[in-house]
Design a protein around this ligand. Structure first.
Ligand SMILES: [Zn+2]
Length: 67
């Protein structure tokens, strides 16, 4: 069922995304996989903000604005 609930991140997914984005920041890559679909993550930086997301469209993602 593709409902709003489907897009809602769990605590666990949020931590996974944070860890993945930390990996990208530190190593430029991550070996972590999406816990929801098993796909890789990708990472974008836009000025002082960044986005880490699953490569599957409409899957989990996190966006951070610079401080
Ligand atoms: Zn995914």
């Amino acid at each position: 069922m593709l409902t709003k609930e489907f897009k809602k991140k769990t605590e666990e997914e949020l931590h996974l995304l944070l860890n993945a984005s930390e990996d990208f920041g530190r190593f430029g890559k991550t070996s972590r996989k999406c816990s929801r679909c098993g796909n890789d993550f990708e990472h974008f930086t836009m000025g002082s903000s960044y986005q880490t997301k699953c490569k599957t469209p409409d899957c989990i993602e996190i966006t951070s604005r610079g401080i």
